[in-house]
Design a protein around this ligand. Structure first.
Ligand code: PAF
Length: 277
């Protein structure tokens, strides 16, 4: 596995390579990331996993500082699954001068996560554009765990006519239902027991929709209330259309349940796709 820290070297290594796949990450690699890498390996000839903790997408410096950095272990795990290249630039390589040009994403980026993390997606889109310009991938894989991010990246690629196929990877969960996330390391052992309730509350909505219930607002309210009763600070639990993340109308059948809530100091997000009968 090649480990490359500078852009020039990355471009010369990739020159002439066919069908390049890219898996952008911020490191702290877990089984969720590895499943994205395995998917990329099936869809391309050379897989570049990028590891860069992007200051621009954090609202608070403390969150940026707290983000777990585990490069040596990340490299070991990536090598084991057959990943080809790791691009892990430092901040000076990624931002050699202070960034003055940004992607200004549309309305979809201002709601849900965007309401609670202003400018988060501006930072995500800007770094993803930079990474795509450096790697020039044919395909890129993003997880459904960050459902809104995935939707925004698809729009970015489409609207800027980038010749990149965006592939979505399923969320990997612990046996309890808890979605794997780099943030889980911050959960105390008590919080770890409680944490699967976020997905559990979405499962209840899933079952209700499957059995024909279309009283979406009542379902959202009940989920939020039940989480709050168990000590969560709930930012949102909502049902939106899979396409465009809009409030559902009578005609819609394909939905995604999206939620974000905090347990103590740890904010978790999760989602669940569902189709009505
Ligand atoms: O999903 C992430 O880890 C990050 O938002 C990404 C896409 C690597 C951009 O920094």
């Amino acid at each position: 596995m090649e480990i490359i820290k500078d852009v020039k070297q990355l471009r010369s290594y990739l020159a002439g390579k066919t069908r390049i796949g890219c898996v952008p990450t911020m490191g702290n690699i877990h089984a969720g990331h590895l499943s994205l890498v395995k998917l990329a390996l099936r869809k391309s000839d050379t897989v570049v996993t990028t590891i860069f903790v992007n200051r621009l997408q954090f609202n608070q410096n403390s969150d940026f500082d707290r983000y777990p950095r585990t490069l040596n272990n990340d490299l070991k795990l990536l090598k084991e699954v057959g990943n080809n290249v790791v691009f892990c630039p430092d901040e000076r390589e990624m931002y050699p001068e202070s960034q003055k040009y940004f992607i200004d994403p549309p309305k979809i980026a201002k709601k849900l996560e965007g309401r609670f993390r202003p400018d988060h997606f501006r930072g995500v889109c800007t770094i993803v554009l930079k990474l795509f310009n450096m790697v020039s991938p044919d395909v890129a894989v993003f997880g459904k765990k960050d459902y809104q991010q995935l939707a925004i990246i698809k729009g970015l690629v489409r609207q800027f006519s980038m010749p990149i196929e965006i592939i979505s990877g399923e969320t990997i969960r612990e046996r309890t239902g808890l979605a794997l996330s780099s943030r889980n390391v911050h959960l105390s052992s008590q919080e770890k027991i409680e944490a699967p309730r976020l997905q559990g509350s979405m499962r209840l909505i899933y079952d209700a929709i499957k059995s024909g219930d279309r009283n979406f607002v009542a379902m959202e309210y009940a989920a939020g209330e039940s989480l709050a009763r168990h000590g969560w600070i709930v930012d949102y639990v909502v049902i939106r259309t899979q396409d465009g993340l809009l409030r559902p109308s009578n005609k819609d059948k394909k939905f995604v349940i999206l939620g974000a809530a905090s347990l103590g100091k740890t904010r978790l997000i999760d989602d669940l796709e569902v189709e009505s009968p």
